[in-house]
Design a protein. Sequence first.
Length: 412
Amino acid sequence: MLLPVLDIYTAFGMVALSAWTLLGVLWLLGRRFWAQGVPYVMAAAFCFGVAYWLFAIQKSLPPAWAMTGAHLCISVAIALLAIGYQRFRGQQWSLTDAITLGLPLLLLFAGMVAAPSDMSLQVRLRGVLFIGQLLWQLHVLLRATRGSASLGWKLVVAGLLVQILALMPLVIYGERQFVPAANMGIKLLLPWMMSMVMFLNLQITAYGYLRMLQDRQHEAERKAAGLDGLTQLPSRRTLMEHVPTAMALAEKEGSSLGLLVLDIDHFKKVNDRYGHVAGDAVIQHVAWVLRNQIREQDFPARYGGEEFVVLLPQATSDIVYSTAQRIAHAVHAEVVAHDDERIRVSVSLGAHLQKVHAGLCWEEMLAVADAALYEAKNTGRDRVVLSAAARAQVMASPSPAAGTTSQQCRNG
Ligand SMILES: Nc1nc2c(ncn2[C@@H]2O[C@H](COP(=O)(O)OP(=O)(O)OP(=O)(O)O)[C@@H](O)[C@H]2O)c(=O)[nH]1
């Protein structure tokens, strides 16, 4: 017997929506029952229920009333869901984000109410919805300007590709092929498959978008905590906040403060040859090396794109020199594996050491270390250059390392 496509489609949508709402409620309840967002989600579920009821009794009401009422309930429910989630997570979503996430639900319902008795009109409406969803997915893609390479981004792109592929039968066979007939066979499957794809894609894309919003939120939290998003090292701002404390302590102790400025060599070429994502992996790798090669009390920071700074409190010339050499050596020695590529990079370092006294200016210290870095770059890269002041201390130092230290310490 011929399956009533419309009824199945409607039931499918109802089940999907109920599951969606239920999942949302369980998710929120599971995390924190009394959180402020819960009542909103409950109210949203209630509105969905009213909408369902209006659909169910639509035949005994003037159709325009039933449809308008149901749509109103759904819109309110979507807004409540968005607000509930926003309240609960403390997310700083824009209204556009909330609407973007609410749209799939609206599309799903629009798909269900696009149900005139004329089958060919119904199919045509569904085609329009299908294309509407495609446009929505493009909109999400355009909004997702950040978070490339993240799972959320991949899901959004995957959803869009699947949608385009699924549109092919419609383009190739034309809408008429989708009108159910008595001797259906495969033709019955096509509208079904389209509905399935549409539903799954809504979920995939909406989930991907949600992931991206969460990533964005985490990034903001990290920034608030003073960490750089890519490397998890303290950011430049955090370093600048830390410097006065470090200098004051060194002055009080009468100790020297070491300073390393590190820059990845020919990094532009890495980006050009392997791509920006691989470049990011290299930056992460260098940050990882930095973290592993310094002492616990040292303070590393990502200063800018591919530039890092390390503060070394209570440092001696020996410590500054050996730390810089170890970092340069470790970066040079290890390859960064990214996809199928194995990338080898080197770094140049400018190192400076200074006894901290009243009136010493951080900018001066940084300028001296920067000049040493500049020299390292100009004399072949992949090396450590000590500032004149640091060198003088190395010369004066009786340590074994000092005896072998030259102004430029080439790596390897
Ligand atoms: N992948 C990636 N690239 C970045 C990031 N920040 C800056 N860059 C790139 O780093 C490159 C820095 O290049 P340059 O300053 O010309 O220096 P370089 O190519 O490393 O050459 P030298 O420093 O002279 O050895 C630029 O192409 C920036 O676009 C980042 O966070 N990720």
